[in-house]
Ligand binder design. Structure first.
Ligand code: MLT
Ligand code: ZN
Length: 475
């Protein structure tokens, strides 16, 4: 695909159809759309479309289909895999959903909300809160990521253990198909067994099958009681045992169970201002846990305290800090939420977003850490994250005093070894960050051939012109 001639016939047609507020085409304005958040890719585009209604999205897509112009849907630009960045060809139009951002309706009695794709996740959380309800999806990037992006990547976050991933929170969807037709599945029903569940096709498809324009999402009762703690442990196996004990004791009240290795806390302490490290002698691993219940329960903190007390007595835990105020709770959360930024400030890192059955994580770690060391001696494994979901961000920082370029050269060999091990143990090489452009080759390598050919058939039948986010998910 070559860059369009400045006089390409579709450019004025698109401008005309969008109106003066409906697009950007000046170099300075286009800039924020040209690279991804991690700065892995840099592309180019002649125009960013800014439709403000579903009908306008449909008309952009129809025109693009007519002129065979590829479209790159764009939300808050927080993809970890370059899913929303145009290619270098300069021939693709970026379709930003940022003006399609209304909360259309909160139905408190139905515990549901209908919201447009460009709505910022934090705004949706606020709208639920204002209506006395709760939207549970919570991510580090919630102040800038959009609902459309969360849906398109099937986002995870820190409350999946209790509420599930984005896919699990969807009741209905509105999608503009690659030929410009609007698929209206915006039903707010918890029970609806009417044939194939088409909406699920578009969740996690990263804009490769159509453009999600709105969704009806589940709301929940607002948690009224919280108990938050950080504990120190000697091993990942002990953390898994603790999770089992917690769930046995308080069931679904366990919302968050996040692993933080000592190396991650060390980075946070070094790079992030005003954090309070919880333990004088950092244990090999910490877990940030949060329990929550919808009904006020003054006992919840006491119950957690008792559980932690017996964990300390039995030697399962080596230390524990219970948040005794909102400020303390926020401090503990800040430690967890600052890890990605601390690792970025530390410099180069090689990231793997893996998942396994939670029960298989201790065995995986026992094999993976020496494996990393055999490929990059003295590299620092910083495997942190959503242990309760079986999902670790198995990130690797270079040995101290190593040139970033020398370290990054080992990236492909390391990735191959880590992902082969994950595959051998029945896991996934992309737990919550998606495929985007970054992991297209990994999908081809690790996906079951029958599944891969079905995916290609679906892509071909929904998007025969291949205009929807080309080069993402599938080659
Ligand atoms: C997180 O859980 O912090 C994010 O998914 C980001 C990361 O992979 O570092
Ligand atoms: Zn994560």
């Amino acid at each position: 695909m070559t860059k369009p001639h400045p006089a390409a016939p579709w450019l004025p047609v698109l401008r005309e159809s969008l109106g003066p507020d409906g697009y950007l085409d000046q170099a300075g304005d286009l800039e924020p759309f040209l690279s991804d958040w991690r700065k892995l890719y840099r592309g180019s585009t002649p125009l960013v479309a800014l439709p403000a209604t579903t009908a306008e999205v449909a008309s952009v897509v129809r025109l693009c289909a007519e002129y065979r112009v590829p479209i790159v849907p764009h939300g808050g630009n927080t993809s970890y895999c370059g899913g929303a960045t145009p290619s270098e060809s300069g021939a693709e139009v970026v379709l930003s959903l940022r003006r399609l951002n209304r909360v259309r309706e909160v139905d408190t009695a139905n515990y549901s909300v209908t919201v447009e794709a460009g709505c910022i996740l934090a705004r949706l959380q606020e709208a639920a809160e204002e209506a006395g309800r709760y939207f549970p999806m919570s991510l580090g990037s919630e102040g800038s990521c959009t609902v459309g992006g969360n849906l398109s990547t099937n986002a995870g976050g820190t409350a999946v253990l209790r509420y599930g991933m984005m896919r699990d929170l969807v009741l209905g969807l509105e999608v503009v198909l690659p030929d410009g037709r609007i698929l209206d599945q915006l039903r707010c029903l918890r029970k609806d067994n009417t044939g194939y569940d088409l909406k699920q096709l578009f969740i996690g498809a990263e804009g490769s099958l159509g453009v999600i324009t709105a969704a009806c999402l589940k709301l929940f009762p607002r948690p009224a009681a919280h108990a938050t703690a950080m504990v120190g442990l000697n091993s990942v196996a002990d953390a898994v045992t603790l999770l089992g004990r917690l769930r046995d004791a308080v069931g679904d009240a366990v919302v968050t169970f996040e692993l933080i290795p000592a190396a991650a806390l060390e980075l946070v302490g070094r790079h992030i201002d005003s954090v309070h490290l919880p333990f004088e002698m950092p244990p090999p691993f910490c877990v940030l846990m949060e329990l929550a219940l919808p009904a006020p329960d003054s006992d919840l903190v006491a119950r957690l305290e008792a559980l932690l007390g017996s964990g300390l007595e039995s030697g399962l835990l080596c230390d524990a800090v219970l948040a005794d105020s909102l400020a303390r709770r926020e401090q503990l959360w800040k430690l967890r939420e600052s890890i990605p930024e601390a690792q970025t400030r530390e410099g180069a890192s090689l990231k793997h977003d893996i998942s396994l059955p939670t029960s298989a994580l201790p065995g995986f770690m026992a094999e993976a850490v020496p494996l990393v060391d055999s490929i990059i001696p003295a590299a620092r494994v910083i495997a942190y994250g959503h242990l309760g979901d079986g999902n670790l961000h198995f990130n690797v920082s270079p040995p101290t005093n190593t040139e970033a370029a020398d370290f990054l050269e080992q990236g492909p060999a390391l990735k191959r070894a880590v992902h082969d091990l994950v595959k051998a143990r029945g896991g996934s090489f992309s737990a919550e960050h998606g495929i985007g452009r970054l992991k297209v080759g990994e999908l081809e390598r690790y996906e079951d051939p029958v599944a891969l050919s079905l995916m290609r058939q679906l892509k071909q039948s929904l998007d025969p012109l291949g205009i929807m986010n080309p080069g993402k998910v599938l080659a």
